[in-house]
Write a protein that binds this ligand. Structure first.
Ligand code: FAD
Length: 168
């Protein structure tokens, strides 16, 4: 099938681009290798984003993104894009399972946070922290700092036994 726009990535950027294109009458496909919501779908609380509910979790925000995209008539498939062909008026997007034609391609594949390579990282990533204050009490804390992203974790400094900072 020929799409007007194929968007790679269903994070906030991909979904926003898709909703706008669909609202202009374009036939839109979004390909996502994981789940709708991208990085923000995994945060414990979304604190600064237009139109969010108070104390909204990343997971519930991602659900609303998905519902809005589906209601707009966007096709969403869960396939990883492995290659794109950008030459010519018809572009091609290749996944492990197929190939899709489009007049325009939007790259909204985001970023992948660098790993700290510390014990417990794989098990704890995306588990959230704010609502789990009790289990951190008198534990050893490693804070990962980037800009304001450590703001919410400052409360843990007070309740933890020791703390280490990692800047990146
Ligand atoms: C702890 C934390 C808290 C945050 N809190 C907030 C907040 O309160 N408010 C706020 O506005 N921002 C917040 N952010 C930042 C926010 O998460 C990002 O700015 C936002 O997710 C970027 O959106 P994006 O769509 O550009 O990319 P991403 O969210 O990274 O989405 C990219 C998507 O593309 C997919 N993808 C990548 N490669 C492929 C491929 N080859 N094929 C198919 N799919 C692919 C990925 O799986 C992913 O779903 C926070 C970030 C962190 C880490």
């Amino acid at each position: 099938m020929m799409y007007d726009v194929v968007i790679i990535g269903a994070g906030p950027a991909g979904i926003s681009a898709g909703i706008y294109a669909a609202s202009r009458g374009k036939k839109v496909l979004i390909t996502e290798k994981n789940t709708v919501g991208g990085l923000i779908g995994k945060v414990s609380t979304v604190t600064h984003y237009a139109g969010i509910m108070t104390e909204e979790t990343g997971s519930s925000f991602a659900k609303r993104l998905k519902i809005q995209a589906e209601n707009t008539g966007i096709d969403i498939i869960y396939e990883e894009v492995t290659q794109v062909e950008l030459q010519g008026s018809i572009k091609k997007v290749f996944t492990k399972d197929g190939a899709y034609d489009a007049k325009k391609i939007v790259l909204a594949n985001g970023t992948t946070p660098r790993k700290l390579n510390i014990p417990g990282e794989a098990e704890l990533t995306g588990k959230g922290s704010k609502r789990r204050k009790k289990i951190y009490r008198q534990k050893h804390l490693r804070r990962r700092r980037r800009g304001r992203s450590c703001k919410g974790s400052s409360v843990f400094i007070k309740i933890c036994e020791t703390s280490y900072d990692h800047s990146f």
